[in-house]
Design a protein around this ligand. Structure first.
Ligand SMILES: [Fe+2]
Ligand SMILES: [Fe+2]
Length: 187
């Protein structure tokens, strides 16, 4: 058999260590996988904190956000496995336990999403530079998702700024947040 056939042979036999994406891209996606789990963990901590404050609608909203980030992590995990990568999981950072008032919680969530958007944009640039169009396509889904997440959080923050410390207003917003049904922000 000529050497030209070796890559195909390798793919057919699922040769260990042979992936369809570059090592730097593999490492970058493994880092992003960890960030998605970390996001999930932060949102679960926010949910717990809102429960502690007895904002049960917000707690439910953040619980769904936690599930959504879990789905993001799974999407990257599945992609890496399909690309033949041996996924080695890392530690997930410990999230804070106190986030201030309800507006502070949502501001922290927006700041977090903005930093994720920036990192995902960098990752997309990386994929384009490598002409790795499969990974670029995967990342475009995430980039679009970020637009939606930031818009949703911005809308909630605007309402919270309007009501300030008004108890009735906060109760109304908490009820509205509790109406979210699914782990997608387009609720
Ligand atoms: Fe995410
Ligand atoms: Fe997110």
């Amino acid at each position: 058999m000529t050497s030209a056939w070796k890559p195909l042979e390798c793919l057919l036999t699922q040769c260990p260590g042979k992936t369809m994406i570059s090592k730097p891209m593999e490492q970058a996606l493994l880092t992003q996988l960890n960030r998605e789990f970390s996001s999930a963990y932060i949102y679960l901590a926010m949910s717990a904190y809102c429960s502690h404050l007895e904002f049960n609608g917000a707690a439910s909203w953040f619980k769904l956000q936690y599930e959504e980030e879990h789905l993001h992590a799974t999407r990257i995990y599945n992609y890496l496995v399909e690309q033949g990568v041996h996924v080695v999981l890392g530690e997930v950072a410990c999230p804070p336990s106190d986030f201030g008032n309800l507006l502070d919680v949502f501001n922290a969530a927006l700041t977090h999403e903005q930093s994720m958007t920036s990192l995902l944009n960098d990752l997309s640039d990386h994929a384009l530079k490598e002409k790795d169009h499969a990974t670029y396509n995967l990342l475009q889904w995430f980039v679009n998702e970020q637009v939606e997440e930031e818009a949703t959080l911005g809308g909630i923050i605007s309402k919270l700024k309007l009501v300030k410390d008004d108890g009735y207003g906060l109760l109304m917003i908490d009820n509205e947040l509790g109406a979210r049904q699914t782990a997608t922000t387009a609720a």
